[in-house]
Design a binder for this molecule. Structure first.
Ligand code: FES
Length: 213
């Protein structure tokens, strides 16, 4: 390959790497897409559950996996974040998910953290306005998102909807409801299965695919 082409290739690689680092808030590490114990392509197309190993996930870190062609975010919340979530009700459209957002989460998700375990969030990363994927903005007091009042959350770049770190939409945003919480459960402390409820007895394609292939 001519030298000039190699240089161009290198430069592109460097630019891409810088963009990824630049998109991540200081002190936080986001992994673009986690390598999961994914089922086969055939099983995925049929909506197979996806298992995610969170044993190495640190507070503040967020991983994304694809489930039914949608990004699902999994991230850990520390005590400070959980305390902040409790203080936001007055600023949110439907803080208890009892109004418009009732259908946005499984029935067994009942408390304000919108999760099975307070410290681990599992949220579908698709804006409920027109379907863009909001950006993870966990940093407290982000100047461009309201300064001191910003307790961390997600910002949708398409039309400006803001969500907190439980996926609850702020009042006045174009998004009509909180973000969706998918069906999921903990297989163990370190393993989440997305797509299956805790009490489900579903025979899932993830197991079938192993036998069939
Ligand atoms: S798609 Fe997110 S605000 Fe419009």
């Amino acid at each position: 390959m001519p030298e000039q082409q190699i240089d161009l290739k290198k430069r592109r690689l460097l630019t891409n790497a810088t963009s990824v680092v630049g998109a991540v808030g200081a002190g936080f590490v986001a992994w673009p897409f986690l390598s999961t114990w994914n089922p086969s392509a055939k099983a995925k197309a049929a909506g197979a559950p996806v298992d995610v190993d969170i044993s190495k996930l640190e507070p503040g870190q967020l991983v994304r996996v694809l489930y039914r062609k949608k990004p699902v975010w999994i991230f850990k919340r520390d005590k400070q974040t959980l305390a902040a979530l409790k203080s936001l009700d007055a600023e949110l459209e439907d803080p208890n998910s009892s109004g418009n957002s009732k259908q946005q989460q499984p029935k067994y998700i009942t408390e304000n953290y919108r999760s099975l375990k307070a410290e681990v969030a599992v949220i579908v990363g698709v804006c409920t306005h027109l379907g863009c994927s909001p950006t993870y903005r966990p940093e407290l007091g982000a100047a461009d998102l309201g300064g001191e009042s910003w307790k961390g959350g997600f910002y949708c770049p398409c039309h400006g909807s803001k969500f907190d770190l439980a996926g609850r939409v702020y009042s006045g945003a174009p998004a009509p409801t909180n973000l969706e919480i998918p069906k999921y459960h903990f297989v163990s402390d370190a393993l989440i299965r997305i797509g299956v409820s805790p009490d489900s007895h579903e025979v899932t394609p993830i197991f079938k695919s192993n036998k069939l292939t």
